[in-house]
Structure formats: C-alpha cells, structure tokens
Design a protein around this ligand. Sequence first.
Ligand code: LMG
Ligand code: NDP
Ligand code: PMR
Length: 401
Amino acid sequence: MALQAASILPSTVSIYKEGKSNASLKETGFFGVSVPNNHLKAEFDCSLIKSKEFRKRELPVRTIRAQTATTTPAITEAAPEAKKTLRKCVVVITGASSGLGLATAKALSETGQCHVIMACRNFLKAERAAKTAGIPKENYTVMHLDLASLESVRQFVDTFRRSGMPLDVLVCNAAVYLPTAKEPTYTAEGFELSVGTNHLGHFLLARLLLDDLKKSDYPTKRLIIVGSITGNTNTLAGNVPPKANLGDLRGLVGGLNDLNSSPMIDGGEFDGAKAYKDSKVCNMLTMQELHRRYHEETGITFASLYPGCIAETGLFRNHIPLFRTLFPPFQKYITKGYVSEEEAGKRLAQVVSDPSLTKSGVYWSWNKNSSSFENQLSKEASNAEKALKLWEISEKLVGLA
Ligand code: LMG
Ligand code: NDP
Ligand code: PMR
C-alpha cells in the first residue's frame, strides 16, 4: 500500500517544484516571524537569497519590499532600499484531509505565506478536501502517509526529502478514536491501532523529521503535537470514564498486543475510549520530552494544545448515532466547550505561525474570548519520569533503539 502510493507521488510533488514567485500576494505581513533587524539581515540576505541550497530548491518566494511592508515595523526599519525575499513557510500537517487538520491547512493557506504538505492516508480524499475547502493549488501538496504503518512513515520521510523542500513546521494532528470497538485492531506492525497511530506513528515521524527541522533556515521552526483535555485528569472532561492512565507502561513494553501482555499501555483490558485518551497523554508527554532534549540545542519550539471541543469532526465517526446527535448541542449549550472547525483551525494556525506563541514546552488552550493561554497539564501528563520511560520504550518499538 505504502509502496504503491509512493509510485504516484512524484507527480504530486511537482506541484511544489514548479513553485514560482507568487506575484498575486499582498506584500504586507511578515508571517509568523518577528525578528530583530540584524537577524533579518543575517537570515534573509545571506542564508536565503544567496545560498546555493535555496536556488537548488526552487522555492516559491515572496518579495517583500521594505516600503510596502506596513504591518511589521521590523521590516519597515530594515534597510529601506533593500529587497527582502522570504520564501513560504513549509508546514507538514498529518491528517489534513478532514476536521482540524484541514481547517488549519485552510487558515494557513489563506495567509498566502505557507505551503502546506497534507500528509494523508487517503490521497483522493485529501485532494478533494483541499479543493472543496478552496485551498489554492500552489499552497498545498498532498503526500501519502499512513501512520498505522511504520514502513509508510519512513516512505513519507523519503518522499518528502526527495521533493527538495525544507521543513519549517511539523504538525502531528492525525488521530483515530474507536470508542465502540469491542475488540482491539492493530497497525501493520501489530500495535493497538489508537496508540499505534496517534502516538507511535507520530513518534517515529517526529524523530525522523527532527533532522529536517534542524536544517531549516526559517526564522522560527516548530514541532506541534495536538493534545486534548480528555487526556488530562485535572479537568472535568478528563474525569469522564474511562480515564486516561498509563500505569507502569507494562502493556507498551509488551508491544501493545495480546500475544505478550495487553493491547493497553497500562496492561489492562481493551477499551477503545481509554486507548485514545492514553494516546493523547503520550502525545503531550512526547512534546515535553522533545522540548527537554532538543529545544536548547536546536531552537525548535515544541508545543501541544487543546483546540476546544470540535464536536462535529470525523473523530466521532465510530461513535453511536445518538452520541453524534447529542454531543454537539451538549458541548454548545451545556459545557460551552464547543468550537467550530474553522475557529479550531485558526487556533492551531496560531500555534504554527503566531510570533507571540514561540515559547517551547507549552500546552496551549483558549479561553471564552478565544485568547490563548498556557495551560496546566495533569500530574500524569506532566510526569517527566514517565515521559522519559515512554520515550525509551517507544524508541524500541519503532526501531530507533
Ligand atoms: C463511555 O461512557 C463508554 O463506556 C465508552 O465506550 C466510550 O464511549 C466512552 O468517553 C467515551 O464513554 C462514558 C459515559 C460516561 O458517557 C456517556 O455515556 C454519555 C453519553 C452522552 C450522550 C448520550 C446521552 C444520553 C441522553 C440522555 C438525555 C439526558 C438529557 C439531559 C440533558 C439536559 C438538557 C437540558 O457517563 C458519565 O460519566 C455519566 C453520564 C451521565 C449522563 C448525564 C447526561 C448529561 C448530558 C447528556 C447530553 C445531553 C445533551 C442534550 C443536549 C440538549 C441541548 C439543548
Ligand atoms: P478527524 O477525524 O476529522 O481528523 C483526523 C484525521 O486523521 C483525518 O484526516 C484522518 O484521515 C487522519 N488519520 C486517521 N488515521 C490516520 C492514519 N493512519 N494515517 C494518516 N492519517 C490518519 O478528527 P479531528 O479533526 O477532530 O482530530 C484532529 C486532532 O484533533 C486529533 O489529534 C484529535 O485527537 C484532536 N482533538 C480533537 C478534538 C475534537 O473535539 N474533535 C478535541 C481535542 C483534540 P481520514 O480523513 O483519511 O480519515
Ligand atoms: Mg466530554 C467542561 C466539560 C467538558 C468538555 C470541555 C468536554 C470535552 N467534555 C466535557 C464534559 C463532559 N463530557 C461530561 C460532563 C460528560 C458526561 C456526560 C462528557 C461525556 C463525553 C463523552 C461520552 N465527553 C466526550 C465523550 C466522548 O466520547 C469524547 C471523548 O472522550 O473522546 C475521547 C468526549 C469529549 N469531551 C470533550 C472533548 C474535547 C471530547 C472529544 C475527545 C477528544 O478529542 O479528546
């Protein structure tokens, strides 16, 4: 499947390779970047405009004329006669074929300053979704990625590298939620599907693409892993049974299958809703471990977030019809935690590109006025010892150690 998909990839990648200066863009903002003048000069005069690497990649570039850049003082103040060239920010989003991922791709595309790699398991669905959402062709590329296969993850990384594009931001967004499953199902390598997809697939992807992020010459580089309130037992939502709990990770050590121990991380009986919430805890722990290990050395911003309850996305496709009918009004009128796909997409797009959200190691949330704030994680989701243990076991499972 992965190999088959790879064979159709080069044609899709060429959309980007054709990249040319996007003359229709308004030359106003300085997307996602707030840098002092000296940084501007160093980054854009030398490393971007003049480097051979840059020319080789044929990146679509925006020409920013200092005198027309009205929104960012840093640009206006930069040598007024100089032409500054800033290429588009290249953002990989997993699971961009629906829900939050698609809404984020759309929000980023609307700025005209990002090129989104939609890393999706269903190529045609992703293409259709991008078209329906009205994302202009030059602002996205669909690449095949099935997180439920480590082989596919590696294949995606290879394909991405062969495209010659730099990587500036990685958004680990895709997820599956199997609340009504009575029996576990498994990834290609035999890991329980929810944790296998949501955590292990992303863990391998993030580890491999870290090297690409390090090489990026974009002023801000970010790695974002979508978390959730339901994995945090310090909240009401996180206390709705079944609650997240990784225990001593004995099921993970056993490989998340019932041959060795159990398909659940804590070694217990299979429960699809719990497996999803556990996977979100893993996502939030992984972000913090990445931050501890790599932020200082690389300058990459690592972040997680709870975008709000987007009660109508495909995430609930496997839930019973009664739930799907009642859940949106329940969230809208009772908990007031509801947020539209569009609004949630804007929130994640902020974490991708807002110059004021560059702090690393943060779990972002939004209040009722839709202002972002640094939220507290539960005891388990912020347990550094568990994060380390999770990291080491996950490394072994995905073949990195
Ligand atoms: C577990 O159950 C499952 O076992 C597991 O398989 C997995 O699915 C997991 O987290 C997912 O859930 C958890 C259980 C917890 O949750 C439920 O089953 C709740 C489902 C909610 C939707 C169905 C509700 C049934 C409708 C009843 C109608 C009541 C109307 C009252 C509303 C007042 C309106 C003014 O369960 C618990 O923790 C306790 C459950 C207590 C139920 C309390 C119901 C609260 C509200 C339910 C939503 C109603 C929405 C109506 C909106 C109308 C707005 C105008
Ligand atoms: P959706 O189901 O709409 O989107 C999930 C995406 O993940 C889809 O594009 C889906 O692809 C993709 N996906 C699933 N499995 C794989 C796989 N094996 N390989 C590649 N892609 C895959 O759900 P949401 O938009 O709601 O979820 C997005 C993120 O937001 C998740 O991380 C979720 O945990 C998080 N979140 C959601 C909340 C909500 O209320 N909805 C609240 C808090 C967090 P396909 O289109 O092919 O099915
Ligand atoms: Mg929850 C403030 C209350 C709040 C919020 C913000 C959410 C978010 N939920 C809240 C409360 C409640 N929920 C209450 C009181 C109940 C009992 C009726 C409840 C139930 C409930 C169910 C059955 N909620 C759910 C489910 C799901 O199946 C969803 C889930 O747990 O998926 C793992 C879910 C969610 N509630 C949320 C959010 C964001 C979800 C989606 C799950 C996620 O992406 O993490």
